[in-house]
Design a protein around this ligand. Structure first.
Ligand SMILES: [Zn+2]
Length: 393
């Protein structure tokens, strides 16, 4: 992440650049501020800048109004951009779950963290991350194993970077039991080692740790910056972005959740309509193609789609011509439900529920998604054929 890829926060970025150029680099810094304000991307851009071998200035290139930035192209920058620099260490809240069954720690989740971080431009909420780890209702914390790993990693000589960087994301989730061990590391740091703590609730961090860090206050994004960021980096039109930015109060995570909810709904509607039409016609080639497409969505989006499908089945059961709920739906959905609801009856609805609920269960448990969806589709084909036969009898 380069400074110019950050949404907003220009005055703060200039302060970070100036202090770096003046050689005032505190070895432990706490990037603190509300959710969705680019704290983590900022911390990473700062680390990348410090380690860049070919820093650029406004005289060399268009930096979008900034005075200096990392090049984004030297070997160090390339590794930072991929979150895969050998001297970049991440620690974040974690716990056992679907992926890690025993003695979880941050390093177990590193591949997911990198993939998730890059996909989301390093901006996501703690809840988003907990959902990505699939750890159910368990609490996520930075635990004793993380602490031991951190100490082991710091005991190794720095490999290649000017500054070895340890990022502690959501530092308020550092377990109390390890605060004192961690404190020693913060008090007697290895040379050229930089601790970048990121937190939304610094008041929940132990006072002794807090007193060893220099605080970098990161304010909420302005509506204007948030709106601009949604257009430039997330592909929304200005007309789409404006109301979302206004409602999000400077929180990019909230704005994105709003937007994805809206986008997801439309996509689910389209998939569900196609799925049921293909089942009705017993169009096997289309069902196979659709199963492949749904498999590519990934487990969590597919689970949401299946939940959406359950809700639609329920709606069909409730909605019959002239019923009140029907009138509240948009016209195109009314037409679909009108055509489809005769095939959902009190007799066959339990079978629909069972097979979709089973699919939800197995999606979360590493079943082959494409086979699973094909199997569910063929069962629905049979249910529809039976209902057609009854109606024609
Ligand atoms: Zn560089």
């Amino acid at each position: 992440m380069r400074f110019r890829d950050i949404i907003g926060q220009r005055p703060l970025i200039e302060r970070l650049i100036a202090s770096a150029q003046a050689g005032r680099i505190a070895h432990a810094q706490l990037f603190s501020g509300p959710e969705g304000n680019q704290k983590l991307p900022l911390a990473l851009a700062y680390a990348q800048f410090l380690n860049c071998r070919h820093k650029v200035t406004a005289a060399d290139a268009d930096l979008g109004g900034l005075s200096a930035d990392s090049c984004g192209q030297c070997p160090s920058c390339v590794k930072f951009e991929r979150l895969a620099h050998p001297d970049l260490h991440f620690f974040f809240p974690n716990n056992i779950g679907e992926l890690v069954k025993k003695d979880a720690q941050s390093t177990d989740y590193l591949p997911l963290w990198r993939e998730f971080g890059l996909k989301n431009r390093l901006e996501f909420s703690l809840n988003d991350w907990i959902e990505a780890m699939n750890i159910g209702q368990r609490q996520a914390i930075i635990n004793i194993r993380d602490c031991h790993t951190l100490i082991e990693q710091l005991a190794l000589k720095s490999c290649e970077a000017d500054y070895r960087v340890v990022v502690l994301w959501m530092a308020e989730k550092i377990s109390d039991t390890i605060s004192s061990t961690l404190l020693k590391t913060l008090e007697e740091p290895e040379p050229q080692t930089l601790f970048l703590l990121v937190s939304e609730n610094p008041d929940q961090i132990s006072a002794t740790i807090l007193s060893r860090t220099q605080i970098v206050q990161v304010p909420a994004l302005s509506t204007e910056d948030l709106c601009g960021g949604l257009v430039t980096h997330y592909g929304l039109s200005a007309a789409e972005a404006q109301p979302i930015a206004e409602a999000a109060h400077g929180n990019l995570c909230r704005a994105l959740a709003d937007w994805r909810g809206h986008e997801g709904e439309e996509q689910h509607e389209a998939y569900f309509t196609r799925w049921m039409r293909a089942c009705y016609k017993a169009d096997v080639p289309d069902l196979l193609d659709l199963s492949e497409q749904l498999a590519r969505l990934g487990r969590e989006p597919l689970r949401l789609f299946l939940r959406f499908s359950l809700e639609k089945i329920r709606l069909c059961l409730l909605c019959h011509e002239g019923c009140g709920i029907m009138a509240q739906l948009p016209a195109d959905q009314q037409a679909f439900i009108r055509n489809f609801s005769p095939f959902i009856t009190a007799e066959n609805a339990p079978a629909y529920y069972r097979l979709i609920n089973d699919a939800i269960y197995f999606v979360a448990r590493n079943a082959n998604i494409s086979n699973l969806m094909t199997d569910a589709s063929l069962q629905i084909c049979r249910l529809m054929a039976a209902e057609k036969k009854k109606k024609n009898a």
